[in-house]
Design a binder for this molecule. Structure first.
Ligand code: PLP
Length: 376
């Protein structure tokens, strides 16, 4: 199943230093030791099990590679996305440090991070106040309040709601559990990203060694979390990693062009709601700048087509969760991108399917079938 060729922006990372060892500087942000701690903690949570790594042989054949494997996060802890590994883990770390008494946690979210923080807060028996912006669907807001969190709607974009939650935290003395970082606010986002390393560790535990990874970027935390583990572990022999963003919210691509963290303007209106971030996380950028191989920006149509193609294989994948796979399919079909990324018929591709149908109504509208019909 080839994908329709669509306009795509692509950049080999001009700041890449592939031979650079994973140094002390990077380790103060994320480390393998920190990843092991996260896995040791998360493994004890009720319902923990590694998510499946699904083989997609028809896509591999259509794309002219040896294999494509899709890590399906659709069932992670029943939250339908990978985010529990970050947000709920960071809540646990805060509670361990400060104790649960009178603790309130807050964050901004496009949907998934807030759901993870709300779930983590409920597990810890503490209060959560979650900020969503006007573009977050009602279904996603309801899924957050279902975990007992208070949901407040403020601002036009994700970045506006980040600032609203930071203001409220300052005023009330709440703890911010943000998945993005800014000067002076680093500890908790580090814990969030560190939890994401579990994705890489679970794949390694299955004995899978990809040659290429395509991973979607919002603020860059997920990409930094999975890159850091492999960079520290395998150095220059790590897989070639491409970060894929929606073309309406490609702040990591813009940062790679500029060589410094760079925000993109506009209303960031993309169906890939979880990736609608206009400002990179500074900590994530610190890892991605020297370590990511390439950046891509793809149109919404590529994500929607990939959701539909996965549905024909019985896989329920959400619009933000398929961006990496959609980016790979576009790159594999384009001779220039294929050559730049050294993709050939021996390549072993891993992508992270970071969400299932996190909003079933949106899913049905985009795919034309309900999630239940797809899995039936
Ligand atoms: C489903 C999904 N995938 C990927 C991401 C990207 O993560 P990050 O913002 O850490 O880059 C998000 C962010 O919310 C998401 O919801």
């Amino acid at each position: 199943m080839p994908i329709n060729p669509l306009p795509t922006r692509f950049l080999l990372n001009p700041s890449l230093d592939r031979l650079k060892p994973y140094g002390a500087d990077e380790r103060t942000i994320l480390s393998m030791a920190g990843g092991r701690d996260a896995l040791a903690a998360i493994r004890l949570w009720e319902g923990y099990k590694p998510t499946p790594l699904l083989s997609l042989p028809t896509m591999a054949a259509a794309c002219g590679v040896a294999s494509v494997q899709y890590k399906d996060e659709g069932q992670r802890f029943g939250l339908k996305s990978f985010k529990a590994l970050g947000g709920a883990y960071a809540v646990q770390r805060l509670v361990e440090r400060y104790g649960p008494a009178n603790m309130t946690v807050t964050c901004a979210t496009d949907g998934n991070h807030g759901r993870a923080v709300a779930w983590g807060a409920r597990r810890a028996g503490i209060r959560a106040v979650i900020f969503v912006h006007e573009g977050v669907s009602e279904g996603r807001a309801k899924a957050i309040s279902a975990f007992g969190a208070e949901v407040r709607r403020e601002g036009r974009t994700y970045d506006d709601s980040v600032r609203a939650s930071a203001r409220a935290a300052e005023f009330h003395g709440w703890h911010i559990v943000s998945d993005t970082s800014w000067p002076g606010y680093e500890d908790t986002p580090k814990a969030v990203m560190q939890g994401y390393a579990v994705l890489a560790m679970e794949i390694e535990a299955e004995g899978v060694r990809p040659s290429h990874i395509f991973v979607q970027g919002g603020v860059g935390g997920l990409a930094a979390g999975v890159l850091s583990y492999r960079w520290e572990r395998f150095g220059p022999d790590r897989p070639i990693m491409t970060v894929v963003e929606p073309d309406k919210a490609a702040c990591l691509l813009a940062s790679a062009h500029a060589g410094i963290p760079t925000a993109v303007d506009g209303d960031l209106d993309t169906v890939m709601a979880g990736l609608a971030c206009g400002e990179p996380s500074l900590l994530a950028w610190h890892i991605l700048k020297p370590g990511a191989d390439a950046f891509m920006a793809i149109p919404d149509a590529a994500a929607i087509e990939t959701m539909r193609d996965l549905a024909t294989l019985g896989i329920v994948a959400g619009e933000s969760g398929v961006a990496g796979l959609a980016g790979f399919r576009l790159a594999a079909q384009d001779p220039a991108m294929r050559a730049a990324l050294q993709i050939d018929n021996a390549s072993r591709i891993v992508v992270y399917g970071t969400e299932g149908a996190t909003d079933p109504d949106v899913y049905r509208a985009l795919v034309g079938q309900s999630p239940e019909d797809v899995t039936a």
